[in-house]
Design a binder for this molecule. Structure first.
Ligand code: ADP
Ligand code: MG
Length: 323
């Protein structure tokens, strides 16, 4: 549905997006995940034809966003990070204006407006001034304008930034329901958000795509370590001897606890912590030393995200996008 090939965007000498390629299939919710400054908004602005690329190609439903702008744009609805809401108008007036810009008129326009207001649940506030609406409702109005014209692909840039927890849940539910009839691409710098809503995650860091897969596969693919904690009655020396006979242990620390037992934390290079727990308890038993407690903790998706986007520089010049 959307094909991005070798997309690059330079601002002067700074490369914001670097040789980015990915494909978006029809009918799924995709999450564009990356820390602030990763290049998410730049990519979305280019994909929607709002910004020119320095190099590369974007195709929407087979239409080139630069060469066949009209056909391509008809297939996309876009909610930018800072949507141009007309504060002194009502949602109904604003939607009528956007609908006309999108080429809708008369009965078709009014039908569309009623439809998107129902979907985004803003009918009750349709005739109040936008400036008097809560942030959550303003965001719904922004989503409503993206839906006008019933585009196949809905692109939402940080749709829940600045909302309170209840509004976040409501907007997430709305996005999930949009995913039933549309291809949705949303961006976020928060992993849990993308995990809660999206079937596929694209992780971007410093303008480059560093991973693209389902949350489950990302975990399988990248989790290659686990940490094991155990408590034993064995002495330090006995413990060191037992550990020396085992593979996959890359480091350990030992602390004596208040019962005189040893709390041991093991770093391993195995993603299969359960198998290692088994080997460890057998090894201690063979040495006739009891293990009181043992547990393995796998690296989480959060760890993967932090590792993949590690050392992305803080941006002194750039505002927090939540403002
Ligand atoms: P994100 O949306 O992931 O936070 P952006 O796409 O907004 O990231 O920004 C990517 C990089 O491009 C950042 O380093 C940002 O400072 C830079 N950038 C964005 N817009 C401009 C611009 N108009 N002029 C110069 N640099 C920009
Ligand atoms: Mg952004």
């Amino acid at each position: 549905m959307v094909e991005v090939s070798h997309l690059t965007k330079r601002y002067g000498s700074h490369t914001a997006v670097s040789d980015l390629s990915f494909t978006i299939e029809k009918g799924q919710i995709y999450g564009f995940l990356g820390p602030n400054g990763a290049g998410k908004s730049t990519t979305m602005n280019i994909m929607t034809g709002c910004l020119a690329a320095s190099a590369g190609e974007v195709k929407i439903g087979g239409f080139d966003i630069f060469e066949q702008e009209m056909q391509a744009k008809k297939l996309i609805g876009y909610l930018p990070e800072q949507p141009p809401l007309y504060l002194d108008r009502t949602p109904r007036e604003y939607l009528r204006f956007v609908g006309q810009v999108k080429g809708l008129e008369k009965e078709a326009l009014e039908t569309q407006i009623r439809h998107v207001m129902t979907v985004t649940q803003i009918s009750d506030v349709a005739d109040r001034l936008i400036k008097n609406l809560s942030k959550g409702y303003k965001q719904r109005v922004g989503i409503a304008q993206a839906l006008l014209g019933d585009p196949e692909v809905i692109i939402l840039d940080e749709p829940t930034v600045g909302l309170d927890p209840r509004q976040i849940i409501e907007i997430r539910d709305l996005i999930k329901s949009l995913g039933k009839d549309h291809t949705v691409i949303l961006s976020s710098h928060i992993l849990s958000e993308v995990q809660a809503v999206c079937q596929t995650i694209l992780i971007i860091s410093k303008g480059k795509l560093v991973a693209c897969d389902t949350p489950e596969n990302l975990e399988k693919q990248f989790v290659s370590s686990s940490t094991i904690t155990l408590t034993t009655e064995a002495s330090r020396q006995e413990t060191e001897e037992i550990l020396a006979g085992l593979d996959h242990i890359t480091g350990f620390t030992m602390v004596e606890n208040e019962k005189g037992w040893l709390d041991v934390t093991l770093e391993t290079d195995s993603g299969d912590g359960d198998a290692l727990c088994r080997e460890l308890s057998v090894a201690f038993a063979r040495a006739q030393r009891a293990v009181m407690e043992i547990a393995a903790a796998r690296a989480s998706l959060e760890d993967i995200f932090l590792e993949l986007t590690e050392s992305a520089p803080e941006e002194p010049g750039k505002e927090e996008s939540s403002q």
